[in-house]
Structures are given as C-alpha cells and as structure tokens.
Ligand binder design. Structure first.
Ligand SMILES: Nc1ncnc2c1ncn2[C@@H]1O[C@H](COP(=O)(O)OP(=O)(O)OP(=O)(O)O)[C@@H](O)[C@H]1O
Length: 300
C-alpha cells in the first residue's frame, strides 16, 4: 500500500486528539482539543408518560468530514410539544429533514409512528408526509398567491374537497391565527409575524398528526415571539397532535415546551419533561438554558 493510503492511523499516532475510529480529520460538532467531547452527555433520557411518535435510533449523519449526528438516540413523545434545543449549527434542521425523509441517515434509523422512514417506498413516504404539517422559518408562502390560496393549496393538492368545503376550512384556520381579514392580501404585504401565522394556518389545514416548526421565533421581536408561542400553545390545546419545535430561543422553550431535548455534538446531552430539564444540574444544560456566557459551551 502506498504511503498516501495510510494517513488515518499515522495521523492518530501523530495527533493524540484525532477522532478515534478512523478518519483523522473528522470533526464532531466543532469539538476541538483532547477533552472528551461527550463528558456532559449523561445519556439521560428522562421518562415521560406515553409513547414516542418519533424516534432516532443510533443515527449518524456526516457531510464529508463534518459529522453532524453521531449516534443520536432520541424519542419525542406523542401528543406533546417537544423542543429540540441546541447551539447554532448543531444539526437541529438536519434532524427535521430526517423526520420528513428529506435526508437519510448514514447509519441508524428514524421511525415515525413506528415506521422506519428510510425504508419507505416513495409512495409510502408520500402518504406519511400527508400526516405532517411544516412551518418553515419564513412561512414559505407562494409569492404569487394571496393568503387564501396559499392556505387552500394543500387541500386542493391532496384532497378532493369541494371549493365550498375548502372555504370553510381555510377561513376557520385563518380566523384561528387572527388573519381572517387578510385573506386577500399577498405575502409581500404582510409582516414577518403575519407570514409565520399564515404558514402555521397552512401547516394545519390537512389536520396533521405531527407539526414541525423550524425556528418559529427567528426574525421576530420578543413581543411577537411571545404572541406566536401563545398562539401555538392555544392551537395545540384545541387540536392536539405532536408538535416538534427547533429553536435556540430559551424564552420560547419556557413558554412552549412540554418536553425538551438538548442537542450538542451530534448527540442528546439530556432530554425529558421541560420542568425537569429547567432544574437540571448538568453544567452544559444549565448554561444553555440560562444563556450564561460562562460554562462548557464556548465560541466553537
Ligand atoms: N445539505 C448539506 N450539505 C452539507 N452540509 C450540511 C447540509 N445540511 C446541513 N449541513 C451542515 O450540518 C451542520 C448542521 O446544520 P443545521 O442547519 O442542521 O444546524 P442547526 O442546528 O439547525 O443550526 P441553526 O440553529 O444555526 O439553524 C452544519 O455544519 C451545516 O453546514
């Protein structure tokens, strides 16, 4: 074997901080130095009442040498509002993409209601996706359609309901999010908060079992964030369902979360009922949930 095909072992011998188990220049969530990258990951997955709607089982996902998920084990309870919290760039959006089958794990499994998402055929995945509503960061509205048509879109695409039935559902959802008077407006006439509420209405029209929220608080001022959290909670109380919210906003977590999972370096540091996590004595969890500059999390 020529010299250039033996770099991994040689590099580990030269560099005691190289990641064990192969590729010498893999990085795991920005971990540097000789410290144990998992010293705060106590593997605590506190119990909750009920069953998991979504499970990550030993999921590994790398982009080239960037190992984003590194043996992720996580269960998110059915019927509750779960929040996946973690520093920027830690893989929260990558988790969401695995749940809806937009990304597949390199190793491990992702299950939704017990079904292995990577094993589904295209048709089965299409059926599963009908059970999801997704609220993207900017609401992801179609710029060429007014609000009414945006919210009606999934119903026209995926059901054979009459326009009369569609009108009843769309207006009910728009009323629910406080936008009934804005039905004729175009997305570019709306504020960021209104666009998010419209995206929320659209995410709900097919009565999804699971609603995924990608940083619902991004770009909103604190008051609008608080109002949106209140709305999400009210709608959840009214409709039920499994909500999964990704964010790094601790105030939103305090307002919304029934269940919290703290993600860092590709694994869960700790997860469990929100009130228990806010009492955690884990130094990383405490630092992250209090927003303290001092603690294990640096500028990495
Ligand atoms: N399609 C992709 N190709 C290559 N790298 C990717 C891809 N998607 C995500 N990544 C990388 O995965 C890592 C995690 O990204 P992700 O967007 O999931 O983080 P995040 O926790 O949602 O961050 P933020 O809170 O800033 O939105 C980043 O290093 C990102 O560059």
């Amino acid at each position: 074997m020529s010299e250039q095909y033996e770099p991994a072992r040689a590099a580990e011998e030269r560099d005691p901080t190289a990641v064990p188990g192969g590729a010498e220049s893999e990085t795991i969530g920005g971990a540097v130095g000789a410290e144990d990258p998992y010293q705060f990951h106590r593997g605590e997955n506190r119990k909750h009442d009920g069953r998991d709607a979504i499970e990550f089982i030993g999921v590994r996902k790398a982009f080239g040498r960037n190992v984003v998920l590194n043996g992720l084990d996580l269960g998110l309870p059915e019927g509750q509002i779960s929040m996946i919290l973690g520093p920027s760039g830690t893989g929260k959006s990558v988790c969401i993409k695995h749940i809806v089958g937009l990304m597949y794990p390199d190793e491990g499994d992702v299950r939704v209601f017990g079904q292995s998402v990577p094993s589904l055929s295209d048709d089965e995945l299409f059926e599963l996706r009908k059970r999801f509503g997704v609220l993207f960061q900017d609401g992801a509205l179609f710029g060429s359609m007014n609000l009414y048509d945006n919210v009606a879109f999934p119903l026209r695409q995926h059901t054979d309901k009459s326009e009369e039935e569609i009108r009843e559902i769309v207006m009910r959802r728009l009323r629910e999010v406080g936008l009934a008077d804005a039905a004729e407006k175009m997305p570019n006439e709306l504020s960021g908060g209104m666009r998010k509420r419209a995206g929320f209405a659209r995410a709900l029209v097919l009565e999804p079992d699971i609603v995924l929220f990608d940083e619902p608080d991004s770009g909103l001022d604190p008051v609008r964030t608080a109002l949106l959290c209140e709305l999400i909670r009210e709608v959840h109380e009214e409709n039920g369902g499994t909500y999964v919210v990704i964010t790094h906003d601790i105030m939103s977590a305090r307002r919304l979360a029934d269940y919290i999972a703290v993600l860092w370096r590709g694994r869960i540091v700790e997860s469990g009922p929100a009130e228990e996590l806010f009492q955690s004595d884990n130094p990383f969890v405490r630092q992250f949930l209090t927003g303290d500059a001092r603690g294990p999390l640096g500028m990495e």
